[in-house]
Design a protein around this ligand. Structure first.
Ligand code: AHG
Ligand code: MN
Ligand code: MN
Length: 340
């Protein structure tokens, strides 16, 4: 078997791409991979240990917190605190940022926004779930991180990616030099390079949307979905609908095969359901680095100026030509959907 490239080797080999990095980002990515292995171990035996089901609490979004949500949140925060490379963590599971004040961390150069466990409703039914992360250089000068360290547009990210706990466990990330995927080899406990330089097909025939909200979709989305369902041999329509309710899993499938993921504004979520900082921005950078696009239906996601940690946005992400087609329908049928 030829030599496998582990994540650690890959990061160190590419470290010279960061003119100013003195290894902190390398160590931070390593800390993330350690937490991912611990969460993976629990996900893989969730049915056997008392980690399924509800934690009996409601999070800031009014959503039922699952035990695995809490477990993942704790594991990532503990690994990041121990690693000493971030001065604050913004997590879906915590209303406010977690400012890290330990001697080794409080002057750290980075902050990280996290969705520790994405696809929570799928935990108890053995469907793929994930973790999403987004890393910024701090803008505050020193001491524990502050809110404004997180309120930077997605263009300022220095690293972003996700872990998908599925039929295999993969870590997929970018630091601005393309997108690389690493598959966990449990026999050696290492993430090994399995998908170098991932590129999303410029067009595709998969669309991912929760049809259940159709009645409340903007007209532009309704028209785009109808267009996906029309018979047209030349363009390969009707497209295939694939939606499993875990953003990371739907996104990853479309990244590899081509497709579009849409979570628009709905009656329940007038500004969209997905959170800009720790779901939309990191995946937007990954998909752009892979040659795709991500917008809110009219504006590039990475250009949006965040105003709050848990801010939501409508989300259209995937193959360039599919996102552009959806944006044309939005312009034509829902011009007023100008979410700032
Ligand atoms: P999370 O589990 O982190 O709250 O994220 C769930 C999100 C996302 O993973 C998924 O695409 C979306 O919720 C599904 O929402 P609907 O059930 O409304 O379709
Ligand atoms: Mn999520
Ligand atoms: Mn989550």
């Amino acid at each position: 078997m030829d030599h496998v490239t582990t994540l650690s080797e890959f990061i160190i080999r590419n470290q010279q791409d960061f003119p100013f990095a003195s290894g902190e980002l390398t160590r931070l990515l390593n800390d993330i991979s350690i937490a991912a292995k611990i969460v993976n171990r629990e996900v893989n035996k969730a049915g056997l240990v008392n980690i399924l089901g509800d934690a009996g609490s409601i999070n800031v979004h009014g959503e039922e917190v699952k035990k695995l949500d809490e477990f993942a949140d704790q594991q990532f925060i503990a690994a990041l605190k121990a690693g000493g490379q971030v001065c604050a963590v913004g997590s879906e599971e915590n209303e406010n940022i977690i400012r890290i004040d330990t001697p080794v961390s409080k002057n750290a150069r980075y902050v990280i926004a996290l969705d520790p466990l994405d696809g929570s409703t799928n935990i108890d039914v053995n469907v793929s779930i994930g973790t999403i992360f987004s890393v910024y250089r701090r803008i505050s000068l020193s001491g524990p991180g502050t809110d404004e360290d997180f309120l930077q547009p997605g263009t300022e990210q220095v690293a972003a990616g996700y872990i998908i706990y599925g039929s295999s466990t993969m870590l997929v990330y970018t630091t601005g030099k393309g997108v690389n995927g690493f598959t966990l080899d449990p026999s050696i406990g290492e993430f090994c390079l399995s998908h170098p330089q991932i590129k999303i097909p410029v067009n595709g025939n998969i669309y991912s949307v929760n049809q259940g909200h159709f009645a409340h979709f903007p007209d532009g989305v309704k028209q785009y979905i109808k267009n996906c369902q029309e018979e047209d041999k030349e363009s390969g329509r009707p497209y295939t609908l694939r939606y499993i309710g875990s953003l990371v899993a739907d996104f990853h499938r479309n990244l590899i095969k081509g497709g579009i993921f849409i979570y628009p504004s709905t009656a329940q979520s007038p500004k969209g359901k997905l959170r800009l900082l720790y779901e939309c921005n990191p995946l937007a950078w990954v998909v752009e680095q892979a040659g795709g696009k991500a917008s809110n239906g009219s504006k590039r996601i990475l250009d949006l100026q965040p105003r709050s940690l848990h801010q939501r946005t409508p989300y259209f992400a995937g193959s360039q030509e599919m996102v552009e087609a959806a944006e044309e329908f939005m312009l034509k049928y829902s011009p007023a959907e100008k979410i700032a």
